[in-house]
Design a protein around this ligand. Structure first.
Ligand SMILES: [Zn+2]
Length: 66
């Protein structure tokens, strides 16, 4: 039995993640390096670099999965 107020799946799925911030995977050397670069970029006040690194972190694992 489904609750009657459930309509389409249009609501946001992510709950507590504020921005596009993939978490570096433990034990992954690429993530470790990228995570360090991301921290450096953030400290240097370079949000576009942070975004680039976030994309890289996500992408190299996305390729692994498929
Ligand atoms: Zn990784």
């Amino acid at each position: 039995m489904k609750p009657p107020q459930q309509t389409t799946m249009s609501g946001p799925v992510h709950l507590s993640i504020p921005a596009l911030e993939p978490v570096p995977v433990q034990g992954c050397k690429i993530c470790a390096a990228l995570g360090r670069q991301r921290a450096d970029a953030r400290r240097a006040g370079n949000p576009s670099k942070v975004t680039d690194i976030n994309v890289e972190i996500r992408r190299h694992h996305a390729e692994e999965v498929s």
